[in-house]
Write a protein that binds this ligand. Sequence first.
Ligand code: 5AD
Ligand code: SF4
Length: 429
Amino acid sequence: MNELDSEIMVGLLEKRGLQRVNDENVADLLLFNTCSIRDLAERKVMGKLGRMSREAGARQKIIGVTGCMANAKKESLFRKLPHIDFVLGTNNIHHLNEVLDEVLVSGKQSIRTDDQFTFELDYLAAKRESKIKAFVSIIRGCSKYCTYCVVPYTRGEEVSRHPDSIIEECKQLVDSGYKEITLLGQNVNSYGNDQPDWNCHFHDLLYRIDKIPGMERVRFMTSHPVDITRELMEAIRDLKSLCEFVHFPVQAGSNRILKKMHRMYTVEEYLEKVQMLREIVPGVTLGTDIIVGFPTETEEEFQQTYNILEQIEYTVGFIFAYSARKGTPALRWKDDVLEEVKQDRLQRLMHLQERINAKQQQELLGTELEVLVERQNYKDSQMMKGRARNFHKVIFPGEDSLVGTLQQVRIHSYSHQTLVGEIVKRNAA
Ligand code: 5AD
Ligand code: SF4
């Protein structure tokens, strides 16, 4: 979500004649689009901004702090970092140029941090880095209130974007040659619930998007398990453009911890949904997010999380150590799992996930996968890199002219998290 917000901000700044540069030393304006999800993310930004306050060159620049830290810390950022010029929250991106004008005219610090997203953003202004894959925002904010999470406070409650506006952006992206669109929201499954008059649920939106001529691939992120519906599962089965991969975070494998997290499902209910999804969409692959070391988590409860990973065999697992966040309900419980214990649990899960991935890769040897070619592989310029519909990373020999094409690749080996193969029959660019 932050990546897309950054692309929108770059577009808004280009509209006023600014140009993006890659070297911070030559920039006149620096924007820090920040994340508050874990403490480390915040500390990195505070450290960097603190160091800059002592650099003469940096003091000549205009510095803005945007994103979740702007909402989480508000005016206190000016007290801690007196050299920053403006603070712009997640729900105020459309105010970027106005705030910049204020700073330029008055020379004074400026701040906008609305709690709720209310204005339509100029999404079409987004200046994307990729020419092939694009993020499209469909719902902003979150009303789920998991007890560990800052998002409902830093981004506000759920606000769906009008389907016509989404369709228009998707059409423009297809017309400009984009091949893959990822629909974004903290919880895409509740799309439309805040706007009953539109009569457009998430799956309805998907049916409309799939009809856009030339739409090759659609993905979406993230799904909350309580809101996933049979209709959505059927859409994944039936819609040609919709990829058979669902990021479906379980967070923990113990019912006591899930309840404390306010996830609103039990392990049994979650497994039931996974089973239903696998029955309706054969071959579907899954992704997850996991938090280890939630307050009071015992070794036994951690083991239950371990078992879930082993049982489900996700293709992608993002595993995090619990980080206590100011303003969240979980703060009332002592962060009592020792850091070493959290790190040990994290490592154990990561190793398990690696073993699971190796097993999946082994099973894919000799099969053919449809790969959207994204770019040269950084490590070896003779190889191209892309992803299969099931989200597996694939590399194969090829050249730049293949970028943006879909190729059938036969898998012959794998290395780390990446499948290695050869094009079966070249598709023309
Ligand atoms: N500590 C650790 N991980 C967190 N996440 C959200 N809040 C926290 C926190 N306080 C993780 C969840 C979520 C992902 C985006 O980040 O797993 O799904
Ligand atoms: Fe945070 Fe839970 Fe909302 Fe995800 S669903 S953004 S973890 S509150």
